[in-house]
Design a protein around this ligand. Structure first.
Ligand code: FE
Length: 345
């Protein structure tokens, strides 16, 4: 009996050495895999996945795509290998729920890490980070305090001085949806018409292109997500764009600034459920949340993880407290308004 025990442990010892010699991939296979479908970019999530694999031995296989990912999941149906779905904007997070691509999760660790307002009651989605939709205003041509709210964007005094990206981009759709909730459809439409009338040019380009336009004198006020300030400052070429503007967090003195959120959900047919939950816990945990804060200048949802020093320097974020789901529920109406006023024309 005793001899056999010694034999087994000796064999295990050999197996362990062999595994170590064959490297990390073998170890990962021993623990299994988790398949991620990600709308978030590789530069941001890959360093997080590397840390996760190091800690758990679980290999992360990722499909990256900004467009058509949810449709692909829908087509794959029950045969989908997807375990975790990661989204960039809250509208897409809502679509994963509406398309029934995710399943409910009841998990004490996630519930402890993510405040209730940043997750679905039934655990079909979890937010991971938030970002404010703010104003980038010319240091040279806009007096500090001259504009302080989203409503101000429709003031005729800014005629020909505002730049934004397409009105149907998810970031703007969510903002318009929040305006519908705060003001009702009619007033929101009047506001959007006013904003359209103030545009310096036809909506075009991404958020950063608007701030570039401010730096080049094409407009004086741009709408953009907060993290782009950090990203521009970190980029040799774009730094001058960032340095030409002041940041304004709209409605900071009343209802708060509109935020969007990135998120995740457990895929409906997740074949590697346990690994998926481990990854989701990791994404909401301190290490990953810290990477989101430092590498992409977003606001972590984890209450014990602070934004980066740079972001802290912008002051505490007063967030518009409308529930994310309520805002997202108005996004079809928002798209309609955008088209009705011919915003992109
Ligand atoms: Fe973005």
């Amino acid at each position: 009996m005793r001899a056999i025990k010694v034999g087994v442990s000796a064999l295990l010892g050999i197996a362990a050495i062999a595994a170590a010699q064959m490297g990390a991939a073998t170890v990962a296979n021993a623990e299994g895999v988790v398949n991620v479908y990600s709308m978030r970019q590789p530069f941001l999530v890959e360093p997080i996945f590397e840390k996760f694999t190091k800690e758990t031995g679980i290999e992360v296989k990722t499909v990256f795509s900004k467009k058509g990912l949810l449709e692909r999941l829908e087509q794959e149906g029950e045969n989908s290998p997807a375990d975790v779905i990661m989204t960039s904007s809250f509208g897409d997070t809502m679509r994963t729920v509406e398309m029934e691509l995710t399943q409910p999760v009841e998990n004490d660790i996630l519930n402890a890490q993510i405040p209730a307002e940043f997750r679905a009651e039934d655990g079909r989605w979890f937010a991971l980070t938030t970002r404010a939709r703010i104003l980038y205003v010319s240091k040279d041509r806009v007096e500090p305090g001259a504009i302080s709210t989203y409503e101000d964007l429709a003031d005729p005094k800014w005629k020909g001085r505002i730049c934004t990206r397409s009105g149907t981009h998810p970031y703007n759709v969510q903002l318009v949806a929040s305006m519908i909730l705060h003001h009702g459809k009619d007033d929101a439409k009047a506001w959007l018409e006013g904003l359209k009338n103030n545009l310096a040019r036809k909506p075009q380009g991404n958020d950063r292109a608007q701030i570039k336009a401010v730096s080049e004198g094409e407009c004086d006020i741009a709408l953009g997500n907060s993290y782009y300030m950090g990203k521009m400052l970190a980029d040799e070429e774009q730094r001058v764009w960032a340095e030409s503007v002041n940041l304004v967090f709209p409605n900071a003195n009343d209802r708060g600034t509109h935020v969007n959120a990135s998120g995740m959900g457990l895929a409906k047919g997740s074949p590697n459920r346990e690994n998926a939950l481990k990854l989701m816990e990791f994404l909401a945990g301190k290490t990953a949340q810290g990477i989101y804060a430092e590498a992409n200048y977003e606001y972590p949802v984890h209450k014990d993880v602070a934004p980066s020093k740079l972001v802290q320097g912008w002051g505490a974020l007063k967030r518009d407290s409308l529930p994310l789901e309520k805002v997202a529920a108005n996004r079809n109406d928002a798209v309609k308004l955008v088209n009705e006023v011919g915003y992109n024309e």
